[in-house]
Write a protein that binds this ligand. Structure first.
Ligand SMILES: Cc1cc2nc3c(=O)[nH]c(=O)nc-3n(C[C@H](O)[C@H](O)[C@H](O)COP(=O)(O)OP(=O)(O)OC[C@H]3O[C@@H](n4cnc5c(N)ncnc54)[C@H](O)[C@@H]3O)c2cc1C
Length: 114
């Protein structure tokens, strides 16, 4: 595995020795030297590093975009590069500045009827 994590696909018969309460179907992934992370700590570490590099975070803030010939403006602040990461709203945000005119988010559930 590229990131150096030990990872094996083991047969179902080995599962009771590793985790007696777990159930699987035929096989399972076993990674003895990795763990579940605490998302809040990961986010806080990224925040600390971002701010240490001079970044500013603005929370609880609805982004409104404007655009001139050469720049985007976020709440009046110019930005030459904009990362649109507002999830299912990203097409609407892009349309505020005349982009993505031919795109629309089409939500659907990826499940089939029984
Ligand atoms: C019910 C449900 C169940 C799901 N289950 C799974 C699952 O089990 N496994 C899986 O892999 N994926 C699942 N997904 C999909 C997963 O949640 C998304 O693919 C993922 O969250 C997208 O991440 P994102 O960062 O692009 O957007 P989001 O996580 O949606 O983040 C976008 C953020 O931008 C904010 N925002 C929107 N507009 C603005 C604005 N104008 N200004 C400022 N902020 C704004 C939103 O409030 C939100 O916080 C599920 C989705 C749904 C709806």
């Amino acid at each position: 595995v590229a990131n150096g994590v030990d990872l094996e696909i083991l047969d179902e018969s080995k599962l009771p020795c590793i985790e007696p309460l777990a159930r699987t179907y035929e096989r399972f992934l076993w990674s003895p030297n990795s763990a579940i992370s605490e998302p809040k700590q990961v986010i806080n570490a990224m925040k600390t590093e971002f701010e240490a590099r001079g970044g500013t975070l603005k929370l609880n803030f609805t982004v409104k975009l404007q655009r001139s010939a050469s720049n985007f403006f976020i709440d009046g602040h110019p930005a030459q590069i904009l990362v649109n990461a507002v999830g299912a709203q990203s097409d609407r945000l892009a349309k505020e500045v005349g982009l993505a005119r031919n795109y629309a988010m089409v939500p659907f559930m990826g499940v089939t009827a029984p």
